[in-house]
Design a protein around this ligand. Structure first.
Ligand SMILES: *[C@@H]1O[C@H](CO)[C@@H](O)[C@H](O)[C@H]1NC(C)=O
Ligand SMILES: *[C@@H]1O[C@H](CO)[C@@H](O)[C@H](O)[C@H]1NC(C)=O
Ligand SMILES: *[C@@H]1O[C@H](CO)[C@@H](O)[C@H](O)[C@H]1NC(C)=O
Ligand SMILES: *[C@@H]1O[C@H](CO)[C@@H](O)[C@H](O)[C@H]1NC(C)=O
Ligand SMILES: *[C@@H]1O[C@H](CO)[C@@H](O)[C@H](O)[C@H]1NC(C)=O
Length: 427
């Protein structure tokens, strides 16, 4: 007894000489103490400054649709190879710190076996794996079919590159569906520096949401499932955010959000001036070729009206289906910090960023962005070209703004934009 007391006193002495916060020795119960919050205890820590001082660059690949043959029988492997080569080229030119595959990695509906889906997933993730770039995925409506679920594809990622993939599944019961159709809801912390303590407050949080929309497994009758983020995700967001608050304090880090199928508000945004026409037209999307004066939001705007969550033929009528998750992230505690944008794929003919009619708890106008059709599978027209959207964050301004542009497969960049409050003010 006496000996243990001496050890305890010795520890306290050591603690003050190393200036370990006194709190770690307090007698309060574990539940009321701020525990480090690290969802990736066995993964490398992701941070600003890994390749360029004070910067973090993220590259978005979307809608590669591997296995699609572009209606030329027997050409699927050539089309898939062309898409994979395109991904490799974007990564070579941009050398990002992180890659997001934003859904429809594969065209699951043309697959004839699970092994085929697995090989296709390994192929399209190959360039990131070869270059050892950390990545994660959001699944799309084509990733889920007879031979694949979103959750199975996540399992393939973990087999292929357990140290590189940051894709996670939300706890069972969150996301909707019983086969992992809506499983991939998660967040990824990006720390301010390589030396930041694990679990400390990140400089940026990436949120990923699963908009489902696929067919059930064959054994379940191939029924259609919903094409929006399930309302159960709202409760999960609230509980994650309250853990974050407990660990990091009441001012949460800024965030960037990803979901494959865009929210309904993109329909409003699409019809904002200057979107009264197909901006740039089908044949030429270069900003210098736009005909109207004073356009502030550049991009290809050909899929009109857009296919959005709760809006597609699969789900029938829009009835506010996307609002539970959207309100949880924008109106709750997370919405008090900057939400840089919600980024989506799905509509291959659109590649713009523009403000939405959604305002956050901080009265910020929420920007909406599309990626850029990155591969050759799925519906595609040569004049649209192909590309990858980049988000580049600067540690000094991560609370206020982010630079974004598209790297085209033809080499040039387009639509270089600083997204901040001034940009979001519609004129
Ligand atoms: C696929 O590519 C190979 C090699 O370039 C070519 O010989 C073949 O004709 C292509 N297949 C089709 C259907 O175009
Ligand atoms: C097959 O796919 C490749 C890559 O997309 C394409 O270059 C080629 O023209 C396609 N073949 C035919 C016959 O369309
Ligand atoms: C699946 O089988 C069908 C029928 O044989 C074939 O047309 C199709 O190309 C196959 N799909 C793939 C991705 O190989
Ligand atoms: C989308 O906007 C168009 C106007 O361009 C409108 O006709 C349509 O009803 C809207 N769709 C939904 C689902 O809100
Ligand atoms: C935003 O626009 C969409 C599409 O027109 C509409 O359904 C929605 O109600 C609008 N939301 C707000 C908050 O005005």
């Amino acid at each position: 007894m006496f000996a243990r007391l001496l050890v305890l006193l010795a520890c306290v002495g050591l603690a003050s000489s190393l200036s370990i916060p006194q709190e770690s020795f307090s007698t309060t119960s574990a539940s009321s103490r701020a525990a480090p919050l690290d969802p990736y205890p066995s993964q490398p820590l992701l941070s600003f400054g890994a390749s360029t001082p004070e910067k973090f660059k993220l590259l978005i690949i979307t809608d590669t649709h591997l296995l699609d043959d572009q209606t030329v029988p027997g050409n699927a492997s050539n089309v898939s190879r062309a898409s994979t080569d395109a991904v490799r080229q974007y990564l070579e030119v941009e050398k990002p710190d992180y890659v997001v595959h934003l859904g429809d990695l594969v065209s699951g509906e043309v697959a004839n076996s699970s092994a085929q889906v697995r090989d296709a997933v390994r192929q399209i993730l190959g360039p990131a794996v070869e270059k050892q770039i950390p990545f994660s995925t959001t699944k799309g409506n084509h990733d889920n079919d007879v031979y694949s679920t979103h959750g199975q594809i996540t399992d393939y990622e973990h087999e292929l590159a357990p140290q590189l993939t940051y894709t996670r599944k939300a706890p069972a019961g969150v996301g909707g569906g019983s086969n992992g159709e809506g499983s991939d809801n998660y967040w990824v912390p990006i720390y301010p520096s390589k030396d930041a303590p694990r679990g400390s407050k990140p400089a940026l949080v990436l949120w990923f949401f699963d908009s489902r929309s696929g067919k059930q497994l064959k054994s379940e009758g191939n029924g259609l499932i919903d094409d929006w983020v399930d309302s159960s995700v709202a409760g999960w967001i609230n509980s994650e955010v309250s853990q974050q608050e407990k660990a990091w304090g009441s001012v949460l880090p800024p965030s960037l959000l990803f979901v494959h199928i865009p929210i309904q508000s993109t329909n409003y945004t699409q019809n904002l001036a200057p979107y009264s026409d197909e901006v740039g037209g089908v044949t030429d999307e270069r900003p210098e070729s736009f005909t109207s004066e004073g356009k502030r939001y550049e991009g290809l705007n050909v899929d009109k009206p857009l296919n959005t969550q709760g809006h597609g033929g699969e789900a029938g009528q829009y009835n506010g289906q996307d609002l539970p998750f959207l309100n949880a992230i924008t109106k709750g505690k997370a919405g008090k910090s900057r939400l840089h944008a919600i980024v989506s794929g799905h509509d291959h003919g659109n590649d713009w960023c523009a403000p939405s009619n959604v305002t956050t708890a901080a009265a910020q106008v929420l920007p909406l962005c599309f990626g850029k059709h990155s591969g050759f599978g799925g519906y595609d027209y040569d004049p649209w070209n192909h590309g990858a959207r980049i988000f580049e964050f600067d540690l000094d301004s991560v609370d206020k703004s982010v630079r974004t542009y598209i790297r085209m497969l033809t080499g040039e960049t387009r639509y270089d934009t600083l997204i901040d409050d001034a940009w979001a003010k519609t004129s």
